[in-house]
Design a protein around this ligand. Sequence first.
Ligand SMILES: NC(=O)c1ccc[n+]([C@@H]2O[C@H](COP(=O)([O-])OP(=O)(O)OC[C@H]3O[C@@H](n4cnc5c(N)ncnc54)[C@H](O)[C@@H]3O)[C@@H](O)[C@H]2O)c1
Length: 263
Amino acid sequence: MGQMDGKVAIVTGGACGIGAACASTLAREGARVAVTDVDDAHGEGVAAAIRSAGGEALYLHQDVTQEEHWPGVVATVEGRYGRLDVMVANAGIAIRVPIVDMTLADWRRQQAVNLEGVFLSVKHAVPAMRRAGGGSIIIMSSLAGLRGAAGLGGYCATKGGVRLLAKAAALEHAEHNIRVNSVHPGIIDTDIWRKMAADADAVRRNEPTDIHALSRAFVPLSRAGAARDIADGVLFLASSASAYMTGAELVIDGGIFGGGMRR
Ligand SMILES: NC(=O)c1ccc[n+]([C@@H]2O[C@H](COP(=O)([O-])OP(=O)(O)OC[C@H]3O[C@@H](n4cnc5c(N)ncnc54)[C@H](O)[C@@H]3O)[C@@H](O)[C@H]2O)c1
Protein backbone atom coordinates (compact mmCIF):
# COMPACT_ATOMS: atom_id res chain seq x y z
CA MET A 1 0.00 0.00 0.00
CA GLY A 2 1.37 3.39 -1.01
CA GLN A 3 0.44 6.63 0.72
CA MET A 4 -0.91 8.00 -2.59
CA ASP A 5 -2.73 4.95 -3.97
CA GLY A 6 -5.66 5.99 -6.19
CA LYS A 7 -4.55 9.63 -6.33
CA VAL A 8 -3.66 11.69 -9.41
CA ALA A 9 -1.09 14.49 -9.38
CA ILE A 10 0.23 17.19 -11.68
CA VAL A 11 3.79 18.41 -11.07
CA THR A 12 4.73 21.56 -13.00
CA GLY A 13 8.40 22.04 -13.78
CA GLY A 14 8.71 18.29 -13.25
CA ALA A 15 11.51 17.69 -15.76
CA CYS A 16 14.39 18.53 -13.42
CA GLY A 17 15.46 19.06 -9.84
CA ILE A 18 12.83 19.33 -7.13
CA GLY A 19 9.90 18.77 -9.50
CA ALA A 20 11.39 15.55 -10.87
CA ALA A 21 11.99 14.28 -7.32
CA CYS A 22 8.39 15.16 -6.36
CA ALA A 23 7.03 13.30 -9.40
CA SER A 24 9.00 10.12 -8.71
CA THR A 25 8.28 10.20 -4.96
CA LEU A 26 4.52 10.63 -5.48
CA ALA A 27 4.56 7.86 -8.12
CA ARG A 28 6.56 5.54 -5.84
CA GLU A 29 3.76 5.96 -3.29
CA GLY A 30 1.12 4.97 -5.83
CA ALA A 31 0.01 8.26 -7.45
CA ARG A 32 -0.51 8.51 -11.19
CA VAL A 33 1.51 11.56 -12.15
CA ALA A 34 1.44 14.09 -14.97
CA VAL A 35 4.85 15.71 -15.34
CA THR A 36 4.64 19.05 -17.16
CA ASP A 37 7.48 21.30 -18.30
CA VAL A 38 8.96 23.22 -21.22
CA ASP A 39 12.01 20.89 -21.21
CA ASP A 40 10.57 18.02 -23.22
CA ALA A 41 13.67 15.80 -23.31
CA HIS A 42 14.12 15.70 -19.53
CA GLY A 43 10.37 15.64 -18.89
CA GLU A 44 9.85 12.60 -21.11
CA GLY A 45 12.82 11.01 -19.30
CA VAL A 46 11.27 11.53 -15.85
CA ALA A 47 7.95 9.99 -16.96
CA ALA A 48 9.74 7.06 -18.64
CA ALA A 49 11.84 6.39 -15.52
CA ILE A 50 8.67 6.32 -13.38
CA ARG A 51 7.07 3.82 -15.77
CA SER A 52 10.26 1.68 -15.81
CA ALA A 53 10.10 1.54 -12.02
CA GLY A 54 6.54 0.18 -12.24
CA GLY A 55 4.71 3.47 -11.69
CA GLU A 56 2.28 5.39 -13.88
CA ALA A 57 3.20 8.73 -15.43
CA LEU A 58 2.77 10.82 -18.55
CA TYR A 59 4.63 13.87 -19.76
CA LEU A 60 2.89 16.97 -21.17
CA HIS A 61 4.57 19.99 -22.71
CA GLN A 62 3.38 23.05 -20.82
CA ASP A 63 4.59 26.59 -20.31
CA VAL A 64 2.88 27.51 -17.02
CA THR A 65 2.72 31.19 -18.02
CA GLN A 66 0.41 30.52 -20.97
CA GLU A 67 -3.19 30.36 -19.77
CA GLU A 68 -4.37 28.79 -23.03
CA HIS A 69 -2.30 25.65 -22.20
CA TRP A 70 -4.03 25.06 -18.89
CA PRO A 71 -7.50 23.74 -19.84
CA GLY A 72 -5.92 21.18 -22.18
CA VAL A 73 -3.47 19.95 -19.54
CA VAL A 74 -6.19 19.47 -16.92
CA ALA A 75 -8.56 17.88 -19.46
CA THR A 76 -5.86 15.46 -20.62
CA VAL A 77 -5.11 14.40 -17.05
CA GLU A 78 -8.77 13.92 -16.16
CA GLY A 79 -9.36 12.09 -19.45
CA ARG A 80 -6.43 9.73 -18.90
CA TYR A 81 -6.64 9.20 -15.13
CA GLY A 82 -10.23 10.22 -14.31
CA ARG A 83 -9.54 12.83 -11.62
CA LEU A 84 -7.11 15.37 -10.16
CA ASP A 85 -6.18 15.26 -6.47
CA VAL A 86 -2.79 16.95 -6.16
CA MET A 87 -1.22 19.99 -7.81
CA VAL A 88 2.46 20.65 -7.14
CA ALA A 89 2.96 24.21 -8.45
CA ASN A 90 6.72 23.95 -8.68
CA ALA A 91 7.92 25.48 -11.96
CA GLY A 92 10.21 28.40 -11.26
CA ILE A 93 13.24 30.39 -12.33
CA ALA A 94 15.74 32.48 -10.39
CA ILE A 95 17.26 35.63 -11.82
CA ARG A 96 19.98 36.97 -9.55
CA VAL A 97 20.52 40.66 -10.28
CA PRO A 98 20.79 43.64 -7.94
CA ILE A 99 17.57 45.66 -8.15
CA VAL A 100 19.17 48.71 -9.71
CA ASP A 101 20.63 46.57 -12.52
CA MET A 102 17.52 44.50 -13.23
CA THR A 103 15.74 45.14 -16.50
CA LEU A 104 11.97 45.41 -16.44
CA ALA A 105 11.91 42.55 -18.97
CA ASP A 106 13.77 40.23 -16.53
CA TRP A 107 11.55 41.36 -13.65
CA ARG A 108 8.44 40.53 -15.71
CA ARG A 109 9.83 37.19 -16.95
CA GLN A 110 10.41 36.04 -13.37
CA GLN A 111 7.02 37.29 -12.19
CA ALA A 112 5.36 35.50 -15.11
CA VAL A 113 6.80 32.08 -14.27
CA ASN A 114 6.99 32.18 -10.48
CA LEU A 115 3.89 34.21 -9.60
CA GLU A 116 1.47 34.15 -12.55
CA GLY A 117 2.32 30.50 -13.26
CA VAL A 118 1.35 29.60 -9.70
CA PHE A 119 -1.85 31.66 -9.89
CA LEU A 120 -2.81 29.76 -13.05
CA SER A 121 -1.92 26.42 -11.41
CA VAL A 122 -4.36 27.13 -8.58
CA LYS A 123 -7.06 28.62 -10.81
CA HIS A 124 -7.14 25.65 -13.18
CA ALA A 125 -6.63 22.88 -10.59
CA VAL A 126 -9.48 23.91 -8.32
CA PRO A 127 -12.44 23.05 -10.61
CA ALA A 128 -11.01 19.56 -11.26
CA MET A 129 -10.37 19.03 -7.55
CA ARG A 130 -13.93 20.05 -6.77
CA ARG A 131 -15.10 17.40 -9.24
CA ALA A 132 -12.86 14.90 -7.36
CA GLY A 133 -14.34 15.89 -3.99
CA GLY A 134 -11.23 17.67 -2.68
CA GLY A 135 -7.50 17.91 -3.13
CA SER A 136 -4.14 19.24 -2.02
CA ILE A 137 -2.33 22.14 -3.70
CA ILE A 138 1.34 22.51 -2.83
CA ILE A 139 3.00 25.78 -3.79
CA MET A 140 6.78 25.86 -4.11
CA SER A 141 7.87 29.06 -2.44
CA SER A 142 11.35 29.45 -0.92
CA LEU A 143 13.28 30.62 2.09
CA ALA A 144 13.41 33.74 -0.10
CA GLY A 145 9.63 33.98 0.40
CA LEU A 146 10.16 34.32 4.15
CA ARG A 147 13.14 36.68 4.32
CA GLY A 148 15.06 38.96 1.99
CA ALA A 149 18.12 37.90 0.03
CA ALA A 150 20.48 40.46 -1.54
CA GLY A 151 20.64 40.10 -5.31
CA LEU A 152 17.35 38.23 -5.36
CA GLY A 153 14.85 41.08 -4.94
CA GLY A 154 12.71 40.08 -7.91
CA TYR A 155 12.79 36.43 -6.88
CA CYS A 156 11.89 37.31 -3.25
CA ALA A 157 8.91 39.33 -4.54
CA THR A 158 7.58 36.29 -6.41
CA LYS A 159 8.19 33.83 -3.58
CA GLY A 160 6.68 36.14 -0.95
CA GLY A 161 3.75 36.65 -3.30
CA VAL A 162 2.98 32.95 -3.67
CA ARG A 163 3.30 32.46 0.10
CA LEU A 164 0.30 34.75 0.67
CA LEU A 165 -1.52 33.53 -2.45
CA ALA A 166 -1.45 30.09 -0.80
CA LYS A 167 -3.05 31.44 2.37
CA ALA A 168 -5.81 33.26 0.48
CA ALA A 169 -6.47 30.19 -1.67
CA ALA A 170 -6.59 28.02 1.46
CA LEU A 171 -9.40 30.20 2.82
CA GLU A 172 -11.31 30.29 -0.48
CA HIS A 173 -11.27 26.54 -0.98
CA ALA A 174 -11.40 25.02 2.51
CA GLU A 175 -15.16 24.48 2.25
CA HIS A 176 -14.52 22.22 -0.75
CA ASN A 177 -11.91 20.14 1.10
CA ILE A 178 -9.09 21.57 -0.99
CA ARG A 179 -6.01 22.26 1.12
CA VAL A 180 -3.35 24.76 0.02
CA ASN A 181 0.08 24.92 1.65
CA SER A 182 3.46 26.39 0.74
CA VAL A 183 6.89 24.76 0.88
CA HIS A 184 9.99 26.81 1.63
CA PRO A 185 13.23 25.12 0.54
CA GLY A 186 16.58 26.55 1.60
CA ILE A 187 19.72 25.78 -0.41
CA ILE A 188 18.92 22.71 -2.50
CA ASP A 189 21.38 21.11 -4.91
CA THR A 190 19.68 21.48 -8.30
CA ASP A 191 20.48 23.06 -11.65
CA ILE A 192 18.74 26.30 -10.67
CA TRP A 193 22.02 27.38 -9.03
CA ARG A 194 24.06 26.55 -12.14
CA LYS A 195 21.53 28.41 -14.32
CA MET A 196 21.93 31.45 -12.05
CA ALA A 197 25.72 31.18 -12.32
CA ALA A 198 25.43 31.08 -16.11
CA ASP A 199 23.40 34.29 -16.02
CA ALA A 200 26.23 35.91 -14.10
CA ASP A 201 28.26 36.32 -17.26
CA ALA A 202 25.71 38.74 -18.64
CA VAL A 203 25.03 41.03 -15.70
CA ARG A 204 26.97 42.02 -12.61
CA ARG A 205 26.13 39.70 -9.72
CA ASN A 206 26.97 40.16 -6.06
CA GLU A 207 26.63 36.77 -4.32
CA PRO A 208 28.50 33.44 -4.39
CA THR A 209 26.86 30.54 -6.24
CA ASP A 210 28.99 27.60 -5.01
CA ILE A 211 26.23 26.07 -2.95
CA HIS A 212 28.38 23.46 -1.25
CA ALA A 213 30.86 25.99 0.12
CA LEU A 214 27.93 28.24 1.05
CA SER A 215 26.14 25.39 2.82
CA ARG A 216 29.17 24.16 4.75
CA ALA A 217 29.74 27.68 5.99
CA PHE A 218 26.22 28.80 6.76
CA VAL A 219 23.65 26.00 7.01
CA PRO A 220 23.18 24.65 10.57
CA LEU A 221 23.03 21.07 9.21
CA SER A 222 26.26 21.82 7.25
CA ARG A 223 25.11 20.63 3.85
CA ALA A 224 23.02 21.63 0.89
CA GLY A 225 19.64 19.89 0.72
CA ALA A 226 18.83 17.28 -1.92
CA ALA A 227 15.75 17.44 -4.13
CA ARG A 228 14.40 14.36 -2.34
CA ASP A 229 14.45 16.28 0.97
CA ILE A 230 11.86 18.61 -0.55
CA ALA A 231 9.95 15.79 -2.25
CA ASP A 232 9.50 14.07 1.13
CA GLY A 233 7.84 17.24 2.47
CA VAL A 234 5.66 17.51 -0.62
CA LEU A 235 4.57 13.89 -0.15
CA PHE A 236 3.55 14.71 3.42
CA LEU A 237 1.46 17.70 2.25
CA ALA A 238 -0.06 15.68 -0.62
CA SER A 239 -1.04 12.76 1.58
CA SER A 240 -3.69 12.30 4.26
CA ALA A 241 -0.90 12.55 6.87
CA SER A 242 -1.38 16.33 6.62
CA ALA A 243 -5.19 16.23 6.44
CA TYR A 244 -5.62 18.98 9.07
CA MET A 245 -3.06 21.37 7.53
CA THR A 246 -4.02 24.22 5.23
CA GLY A 247 -2.65 27.73 4.77
CA ALA A 248 0.55 26.52 6.43
CA GLU A 249 4.25 26.85 5.60
CA LEU A 250 6.61 23.88 5.53
CA VAL A 251 10.20 25.12 5.85
CA ILE A 252 12.84 22.59 4.68
CA ASP A 253 16.16 24.41 4.91
CA GLY A 254 18.64 22.60 7.16
CA GLY A 255 17.83 24.99 9.99
CA ILE A 256 18.57 28.41 8.47
CA PHE A 257 15.19 30.04 9.10
CA GLY A 258 14.63 28.67 12.57
CA GLY A 259 18.21 28.67 13.71
CA GLY A 260 19.85 31.41 11.68
CA MET A 261 23.06 31.10 9.73
CA ARG A 262 25.87 29.18 11.50
CA ARG A 263 28.00 32.28 11.33
N1 LIG B 1 17.06 24.71 -5.62
C1 LIG B 1 16.88 25.55 -4.62
O1 LIG B 1 17.80 25.85 -3.85
C2 LIG B 1 15.50 26.15 -4.40
C3 LIG B 1 15.30 26.85 -3.19
C4 LIG B 1 14.07 27.41 -2.95
C5 LIG B 1 13.04 27.28 -3.88
N2 LIG B 1 13.26 26.60 -5.04
C6 LIG B 1 12.14 26.52 -5.98
O2 LIG B 1 11.90 25.17 -6.32
C7 LIG B 1 11.31 25.12 -7.63
C8 LIG B 1 12.07 24.11 -8.47
O3 LIG B 1 13.39 24.58 -8.62
P1 LIG B 1 14.66 23.62 -8.90
O4 LIG B 1 15.69 24.01 -7.92
O5 LIG B 1 14.23 22.21 -9.02
O6 LIG B 1 15.12 24.24 -10.32
P2 LIG B 1 15.36 23.54 -11.74
O7 LIG B 1 15.86 24.66 -12.60
O8 LIG B 1 16.20 22.33 -11.59
O9 LIG B 1 13.91 23.10 -12.19
C9 LIG B 1 12.93 24.03 -12.56
C10 LIG B 1 12.07 23.42 -13.64
O10 LIG B 1 11.06 24.38 -14.01
C11 LIG B 1 10.96 24.37 -15.42
N3 LIG B 1 10.39 25.62 -15.89
C12 LIG B 1 10.98 26.84 -15.96
N4 LIG B 1 10.15 27.73 -16.54
C13 LIG B 1 9.00 27.06 -16.85
C14 LIG B 1 7.78 27.42 -17.46
N5 LIG B 1 7.55 28.68 -17.87
N6 LIG B 1 6.81 26.48 -17.60
C15 LIG B 1 7.04 25.21 -17.19
N7 LIG B 1 8.19 24.79 -16.62
C16 LIG B 1 9.15 25.71 -16.45
C17 LIG B 1 12.38 24.14 -15.90
O11 LIG B 1 12.42 23.70 -17.25
C18 LIG B 1 12.87 23.10 -14.92
O12 LIG B 1 12.61 21.79 -15.34
C19 LIG B 1 11.35 26.55 -8.18
O13 LIG B 1 10.09 27.15 -8.00
C20 LIG B 1 12.40 27.21 -7.30
O14 LIG B 1 12.20 28.62 -7.24
C21 LIG B 1 14.46 26.03 -5.32
